[in-house]
Design a protein around this ligand. Structure first.
Ligand SMILES: [Cu+2]
Length: 107
């Protein structure tokens, strides 16, 4: 009888571990866009006012001299394609210049 209880507890533990791993992972990735239309401070402001508030965007850094926008986003909520579409909405063409920088740095 005691064995059965121990076995039962083991099964419960295994289940809870499996459930814990099943939770959606909040993974963040960074992608750098090259935005040709971003040529002055007003453009940067426009990007910052719009893209930073897009769903899933966690961080946004614009570089006017390189015309790039570095976007950190939540992979479960958005994608580089969706972010590029958001740029298009404000009249800017965003091309992925470099994706997933963070994981590259770690290697
Ligand atoms: Cu401008």
């Amino acid at each position: 009888m005691k064995r059965l209880v121990v076995a039962f507890i083991c099964v419960m533990c295994a289940c809870s571990i499996a459930f814990a791993q099943d939770k959606p992972k909040k993974k963040k990735e960074t992608v750098t866009f090259y935005v040709e239309e971003m040529e002055c401070k007003n453009c940067v402001k426009k990007v910052e006012k719009n893209i930073a508030f897009e769903k899933g965007v966690a961080d946004l850094r614009c570089d006017l001299s390189n015309r790039t926008a570095k976007v950190t986003y939540n992979t479960s909520k958005t994608s580089p394609e969706k972010i590029a579409a958001a740029f298009k909405k404000i009249g800017m063409e965003a091309v992925v210049a470099d994706g997933n920088e963070e994981s590259k740095d770690k290697k």
